[in-house]
Ligand binder design. Structure first.
Ligand code: HEM
Length: 231
C-alpha cells in the first residue's frame, strides 16, 4: 500500500511575499528610501539645468525649449509625480504608525544620542518642502502670477523680484538642506548599508550633498532676488 503524503502547509507564492514585504513597515521604509534616492537624482539634474540661469536668459530659455521639445519629458514628469507621492504618503503613514506605537514622547534628553538638527526636523522640513513644491510648480511650471515677459527666464526674474517669494525660497531651501542632511544617510541605513567603515563616510557625504544642493539652489533667489543679478 502506498504511503499517503502528509498535507504540506500552503507556501505563499513569490508575488504574495513581495506584496507582503511591501505592506510591512520595513517594506514601506525601503520604498521611502528608494524614492528618496531617486528624488536626489532629480535634484542633481534640476540643479545642473538651473545653473544656466547664471549664464543668462538666452542660454536658460534655450535649455527650457529643448526640455519642452523632448518627447521623454512627460514620461519623466509622470515618474517624478509618482516618486513624490510615494515618498510623502509612505513617510506620513510610517510617522503615524510610529506615533501610535509610542504614544508617550521620549522624556527630554532620553533619546538624544545620535539625533541631529536634520533628524529632529524631518516632519517640519518635509512639510515645508511640500508647500514649497506646490507654490514652485504653480508659479514656474504653470506660470501662475507675476511675469516680466513670455520667456521662462523673464518670468522667473519677475517672481524673484518679489522679496516675499525669494525669502520663502531661501527658507524652503534651508528645509531642503536639513531634510537631505538626515534623509541621505538614513536612506542608506534603511537599505542595509551599515558598516563601521562606510557609515561615517556616508554621513559625511550626506552632509556635503545637503550643503551643496541647499546652498547652490539658495544662491539663485539670493542673487536674482536680493543682490540685483540680471537687472
Ligand atoms: C531656486 C531654485 C530653483 C529654481 C530656479 C527652479 C526652477 C524650475 C523651473 C524653471 C521649473 C519649470 C520647468 C518647466 O517649465 O517645465 C521647475 C520645475 C520643477 N521644480 Fe524647480 N527650481 C528650483 C528648486 C527646486 C527644488 C529645490 C525642487 C524640489 C525640492 C524643485 C522641484 C521642481 C519640480 C518637481 C518641478 C516640476 C518638474 C516637471 O514636472 O517638469 N525645484 N523648477
Amino acid at each position: 500500500m502506498q504511503a499517503t503524503e502528509a498535507p504540506s502547509a500552503a507556501k505563499p507564492c513569490c508575488d504574495c511575499r513581495v506584496l507582503e514585504f511591501l505592506d510591512s513597515s520595513i517594506g514601506k521604509k525601503v520604498m521611502v528610501a528608494l524614492a528618496g534616492i531617486l528624488l536626489c537624482g532629480f535634484l542633481v539634474t534640476h540643479l545642473a539645468g538651473n545653473l544656466l540661469l547664471f549664464v543668462g536668459g538666452p542660454a536658460f530659455d534655450h535649455y527650457a525649449e529643448l526640455l519642452e521639445a523632448n518627447p521623454l519629458i512627460p514620461v519623466a514628469e509622470a515618474g517624478l509625480v509618482v516618486l513624490f507621492l510615494l515618498h510623502i504618503a509612505l513617510s506620513v503613514r510610517a510617522k503615524l504608525a510610529n506615533n501610535a506605537a509610542r504614544p508617550v514622547a521620549y522624556a527630554y534628553g532620553a533619546d538624544k544620542g545620535a539625533r541631529t538638527p536634520g533628524s529632529r526636523t524631518m516632519t517640519v522640513s518635509g512639510s515645508l518642502i511640500l508647500v514649497f513644491l506646490i507654490v514652485h510648480v504653480l508659479t514656474v511650471k504653470y506660470r501662475v502670477g507675476g511675469s516680466r515677459g513670455p520667456d521662462l527666464f523673464a518670468h522667473l526674474m519677475g517672481w524673484f523680484a518679489d522679496p516675499l517669494y525669494s525669502g520663502f525660497y531661501v527658507l524652503a531651501l534651508v528645509g531642503v538642506g536639513l531634510h537631505l542632511s538626515h534623509g541621505f544617510q538614513s536612506a542608506f541605513q534603511t537599505l542595509g548599508v551599515n558598516h563601521p567603515r562606510y557609515t561615517p563616510l556616508i554621513k559625511k557625504l550626506g552632509l556635503a550633498f545637503a550643503l551643496i544642493v541647499g546652498l547652490t539652489f539658495a544662491s539663485m533667489p539670493i542673487y536674482f532676488g536680493f543682490l540685483g543679478g540680471a537687472k
